[in-house]
Design a protein around this ligand. Structure first.
Ligand SMILES: C[S@@+](CC[C@H](N)C(=O)[O-])C[C@H]1O[C@@H](n2cnc3c(N)ncnc32)[C@H](O)[C@@H]1O
Length: 208
């Protein structure tokens, strides 16, 4: 893989646990250049590539990544986006046995940050990650190099017609990040974005 040349004044970001690229998409909308993404799920990579054809994709478990090699491939990185596996924190798992090993994968974010030394990290997860027995230890490790703002944000405060609360850890090496401003005004309803007429026709066609 050849090293991508650095454009000055562009924030160069990588997306760990990229999935299909929701976090990458939001960052790109804010002006970030997504230069690489990582996910152990091949299908995630295929989708991310459709959405971000210029980003390198690493189809691998983060635990297996040789970050010195990544550094050679990518050059300087300003921002790490990371949505560590949340299934074992999530209340959606009910009473099923939780996997500690899966929760510990979050520490890969620290490993990447210590080697790549980006100015910023944005970590997103389910709110219940805060109940994890190693959460304070995880935050302390971030705080060794970064000033960290912990926020719970609800997508419905940002123009999304869905209420979805998520935990965010906003980390900056130079200063405490400002609180995230929400979009003032009325929240959007699902009704406001769904064309009920076409939904009705679709249902009828389905029955024929
Ligand atoms: C919550 S999803 C990420 C969603 C993504 N941020 C988005 O906006 O679409 C978590 C992702 O982590 C990936 N993953 C889980 N364990 C991993 C590991 N050890 N190494 C790399 N990726 C992993 C999963 O395949 C999954 O796509």
């Amino acid at each position: 893989m050849s090293k991508t040349p650095r454009k000055p004044s562009v924030i160069r970001g990588i997306d760990l646990f990229c999935g299909a690229g929701g976090s990458s998409w939001g960052a790109q909308k804010a002006g970030v250049e997504i230069v690489a993404a990582f996910d152990s799920w091949e299908l995630a990579g295929k989708n991310h590539h459709v959405n971000f054809p210029n980003a390198l994709f690493y189809p691998t478990r983060l635990e297996d990544v040789n970050i010195s090699e990544v550094k050679k491939d990518l050059g300087h990185i300003d921002l790490i986006l990371a949505s560590p596996e949340c299934t074992n924190h999530s209340p959606a798992k009910g009473n099923k046995v939780r996997c500690e090993e899966s929760k510990n994968i979050a520490f890969q974010v620290i490993r990447f940050a210590q080697e790549l030394k980006p100015r910023w990290i944005v970590i997103e997860n389910v709110v219940s990650m805060r109940r994890w027995s190693r959460y304070q230890e995880f935050k302390k490790e971030l705080e060794a190099d970064y000033q960290v703002r912990e926020e719970v944000l609800d997508s419905s405060d940002f123009g999304v017609p869905q209420s979805r609360r998520r935990l965010f850890l906003l980390c900056d090496r130079q200063r405490l990040p400002d609180p995230t401003p929400t979009i003032p005004g009325r929240k959007k309803t699902v009704h406001s974005i769904v064309n009920l007429n076409s939904a009705y026709h679709y249902k009828r066609r389905d029955k024929l």
